[in-house]
Design a protein around this ligand. Structure first.
Ligand code: GAR
Length: 223
């Protein structure tokens, strides 16, 4: 059972999806959330953790890398999962947990990523560009924002009448479908980051074809 630390800055709906997925796996769950930490003391993600009896910690904005490192070590974090975490993870932490940090981004990287591209701003940029497809991307974290090796992506159509809020809502539904599966696959070792900087292994076959045992894409009919 891998110990997972989740870092979140906001509501924590992705954290909730991870909790729910691990609960549903029951005895087959490859991971357990041992810590939730946030740079925002009022983040609802922290409250979600407290309600389950999971340690919840506030890491103040100005805190040095050693504070986060110490917290992750204290809670035995083997995998670090960014779920709406809006701060750059210190290089020291990235190096220490190399290949063991995941992030989810609410667009199809490498487009619409990078510093300052988070939350609503991402969807505003997608709409301003006039692209017809957006989506969600899960990737390993390196020292740059949104640049690490990609684990999984799912598309979401952009409607002509979309606002940043309606698009964000639909992308978030897809995030909840894919992220818990990616976290579980990496925790199991089924998917890993190789020394060559590339992703090796595979998500379950059912994942790719939206089959009955995999997550069901809310906007793509079963194949
Ligand atoms: C999610 O849409 C996530 O992809 C995004 O923040 C939201 C958090 O929602 N992350 C980024 O924009 C990171 N660049 P949540 O707190 O309900 O999980």
């Amino acid at each position: 059972m891998r110990r997972v630390a989740v870092l979140a800055s906001g509501g924590g709906s992705n954290l909730q999806a991870i909790f729910d997925h691990l609960d549903a796996l029951g005895a087959d769950a490859p991971a357990t959330v041992s810590l939730v930490a946030s740079d925002q003391p009022q983040a609802f993600a922290l409250e979600r953790a407290r309600r389950r009896g999971v340690p919840a910690a506030h890491v103040p904005r100005g805190a040095g890398a050693d504070v986060l490192t110490g917290l992750l070590e204290t809670h035995g974090a083997e995998l670090v999962v960014l779920a709406g975490y809006l701060r750059l993870v210190p290089a020291e932490v990235v190096r220490r947990w190399a290949g063991r940090i995941l992030n989810i981004h609410p667009a199809l990287l490498p487009s619409f990523g990078g510093a300052g591209m988070y939350g609503r701003r991402v969807h505003e940029a997608v709409l301003a560009a006039g692209t017809r497809v957006s989506g969600a991307t899960v990737h390993f974290v390196d020292e740059q924002f949104d640049r690490g090796a990609i684990v999984a992506q799912w598309p979401v159509p952009v409607r002509t009448d979309d606002t940043a809020d309606t698009l964000a809502h639909r992308v978030l539904q897809v995030e909840h479908c894919i992220y818990p599966w990616c976290v579980a696959a990496v925790a199991r070792g089924a998917v890993r980051l190789g020394d060559d900087g590339r992703v090796h292994g595979a998500l379950p076959y059912e994942f790719a074809r939206f089959g009955v045992e995999g997550p069901r894409h809310p906007f793509v009919p079963d194949l």
